[in-house]
Design a protein around this ligand. Structure first.
Ligand SMILES: [Zn+2]
Ligand SMILES: [Zn+2]
Length: 176
């Protein structure tokens, strides 16, 4: 199990969001979080037909970054809308073998159940979705407990309900 992870903003990401994500990862897993160098917005992954960014292409690119000296898990954050070909959208994706993950923030700004995504709510959503993806990098799968951060968010309601931490059985799985 790694003891450190690296957060990499892809394009401009609000500093408060990066800070909250870093804090969330530290609290959930006890990892030391480093800030990687800001990368460009991943225009190479943009699909003109869908007006979305292909997350798998981003993971591949992030994996090259991580290949640097220490092979640390890398999580990218970007103000973009992610997709994979067989899903309309994703809040995030992780590739455990490549040790890279990405969270797309665009959809997390959306209003849900009449509640606008005020700055606090947005930060919390970014936190739980990033902690979720790091959980995958550390070997966790999806969890059936709707309050657990490893529950798979299909809607913002899921995201707002869960986390920011692991349920007892996911916690046990990670320390086993
Ligand atoms: Zn997941
Ligand atoms: Zn769980």
């Amino acid at each position: 199990m790694p003891t450190r992870t690296v957060i990499v903003p892809l394009g401009t990401v609000a500093r408060e969001i990066v800070q909250q994500v870093a804090l969330g990862i530290k609290e959930a897993f006890g990892l030391t979080v480093e800030r990687g160098p800001i990368q460009q917005k991943p225009t190479y992954a943009f699909n003109k037909d869908r007006h979305q960014y292909h997350s798998t292409a981003i993971l591949r690119r992030l994996a090259q970054l991580k290949a640097g000296a220490e092979n640390l898990p890398v999580i990218g954050l970007a103000e973009i809308d992610l997709f994979v070909p067989d899903a309309p959208f994703l809040y995030g994706e992780a590739d455990r073998d490549a040790l890279s993950a990405v969270v797309g923030l665009t959809r997390l700004h959306e209003e849900h159940a009449g509640r606008t995504a005020d700055p606090e709510r947005l930060k919390r959503r970014a936190q739980v979705e990033a902690v979720h993806e790091v959980g995958h990098l550390l070997g966790l799968s999806h969890c059936d407990d709707v309050r657990c951060v490893m529950f798979f968010s299909q809607t913002l309601a899921d995201s707002d309900r869960k986390g920011p931490g692991l349920c007892a059985s996911c916690r046990a799985a990670i320390t086993a």
